[in-house]
Design a protein around this ligand. Structure first.
Ligand SMILES: [Zn+2]
Length: 495
């Protein structure tokens, strides 16, 4: 008789309620939707309890939304047998899988410039700012329509609609130019919010150096940043972190002036708090719009990187872990019922808010970036805007392949890694972890997906592009992608 070892029991104890995130419906052309449970089981040693479906792609919507005139993605039709989103939801729910709907609210296919993100020097990029009322109405309608479709599709199935979520890992992309930091967003709605809640505060960030420089630094290829800043940080804590990393040197002579630096840190903390309140408020409103007048409550979840303070999400994660004030639940500034984040990003463990470990470095950050790169070579407008139009088809595909490699290097797979996750919620622990989320993406799957994408016709398929070597072109392109304000690349570990 085979002997049992303790590791087997430990593994079974990490099980929880686990989900498979499907970031792009195009991936389902290479993995049978009916074989999805097996695909998950091969990787994690157990079956998933639900699937996470995208509600839109970078290139367009996956279904028609009343009153919204935006492009429909060709991937909305998965196959001849699965003609639309509703059929897809039904197929998964029939297999007993619960349905979670996820939206990246930047909706890059929306071309209404007044709704776009604007950086501190006034340059805008093709991503929606969730902080203006029109964007919120648009995002709410798309998410709400997905909810209605999913409710209808799961009417008579064992799997049910169990959650709706927003992927906020990169809603405020960052850039830098010659040491000057270009944070977003400073559109009219954002400026107004800051003026109403902290008059005069934003002006402090329009000079150089400014309070951001205490914790953010131009690395030449992205932004180096300090993000272990909990919501109750003091100015002295900020200064300590800044000194440790040597970021304070940018202040020159004044780096020794404690009074001056403390005041800068104060302004920085105020900025972070006001931004946090603004985003929390926007998220609450989007969810209320999407979920109003439903018969049963549906869990709202957020996908975050897992840092104490997310510079590209604008929120303090831990702030959502506080106990809601009694009787104030809806208006209490906690815009979610559950959070998913990268377990390796910090040693954060939530003790009030249910959470799932998202098994990918920086959660959806690199996955979203890969999907954006795919869109930038297959969309004719994007291809011209980013300069990719100068490149041959081979060079464009090579670029996307490199993004894929950067992305899959961050995957956390295999059942043993599950042993390192925070404990599951139980009477014996404070941890509120309820499970983990795996992702339907591998090198092999990504390669097949890239093989199939249609590269938009370039402006010049020959001369200039062919004379330079592919690798030189790639370097050029990576730089141009980085410097375009729509691509907020960051941090030392970018390559
Ligand atoms: Zn804005």
């Amino acid at each position: 008789m085979a002997r049992q070892f303790r590791i087997q029991r430990l593994l079974s104890e990490t099980a929880g309620n686990n989900l498979l995130d499907i970031p792009h419906l195009g991936f389902l052309r290479h993995v049978e939707p009916t074989g999805i449970k097996d695909w998950f089981k091969q990787r994690w040693g157990l079956e998933p309890d639900g699937v996470v479906l995208p509600v839109a792609h970078p290139e367009g919507l996956l279904f028609k939304v009343e009153g919204v005139e935006e492009p429909i993605s060709p991937y909305g039709r998965v196959s001849d047998a699965l003609k639309d989103f509703q059929e897809l939801v039904h197929l998964f729910a029939q297999q007993g899988l619960n349905i979670y709907l996820l939206l990246n609210p930047t909706l890059e296919f929306v071309r209404a410039a007044p709704l776009h993100i604007v950086d501190i020097v006034g340059d805008s990029s093709h991503a929606l700012c969730i902080c203006n009322p029109t964007s919120r109405a648009l995002i709410g309608a798309i998410l709400g329509t997905a909810v209605d479709i999913a409710l209808e599709a799961t009417n008579d199935t064992p799997g049910k609609l169990a959650g709706v979520g927003l992927d906020i890992v990169d809603i405020f992309p960052m850039g830098a130019r010659k040491e000057k930091l270009e944070l977003t967003c400073f559109c009219a709605s954002c400026e107004q919010w800051f003026e109403d809640h902290a008059p005069g505060l934003l002006r402090r960030f329009k000079s150089f150096p400014n309070p951001w420089n205490l914790v953010l630094q131009d690395s030449g290829t992205g932004i180096r940043f300090i993000e272990d800043i909990p919501p109750d940080s003091t100015p002295d804590h900020i200064l300590e972190l800044s000194r440790q990393k040597g970021f304070d040197k940018v202040f020159g002579d004044r780096a020794d002036n404690l009074l001056y630096l403390r005041e800068q840190a104060n302004v920085l903390l105020r900025y972070m708090q006001v931004r946090h309140e603004q985003v929390a408020n926007a998220l609450s409103e989007i969810f209320s719009e999407a979920l109003h007048n439903l018969e049963q409550p549906i869990a709202r979840f957020l996908v975050m990187e897992g840092a104490e303070y997310g510079w590209t999400s604008g929120v303090f994660l831990k702030e959502f872990d506080r106990i809601p004030l009694p009787g104030l639940e809806a208006g209490d500034g906690i815009p979610c019922d559950e959070i998913w984040f990268d377990p390796a990003a910090s040693d954060l463990m939530l003790t009030n808010m249910p959470f799932r470990s998202y098994m990918w470095g920086r959660a959806r950050y690199y996955i979203d970036e890969f999907l954006r790169a795919v869109n930038s070579v297959s969309n004719p407008l994007k291809r011209i805007a980013t300069g990719v139009a100068l490149f041959s088809e081979a060079a464009a595909k090579a670029l996307v392949r490199r993004r894929l490699q950067q992305c899959v290097a961050r995957a956390m797979t295999g059942s043993t890694i599950l042993l390192s996750l925070p404990p599951l919620r139980s009477p014996h622990t404070q941890s509120q972890r309820i499970g983990f989320v795996g992702t339907l993406l591998t090198q092999d799957l990504g390669e097949k997906f890239i093989e199939e994408i249609q590269i938009a016709e370039g402006l010049s398929e020959s001369s200039e592009a062919e004379e330079k070597g592919v690798s030189e072109l790639l370097d050029l392109l990576m730089k141009s992608l980085r410097n375009s304000s729509s691509d907020g690349s960051r941090s030392e570990d970018d390559d």
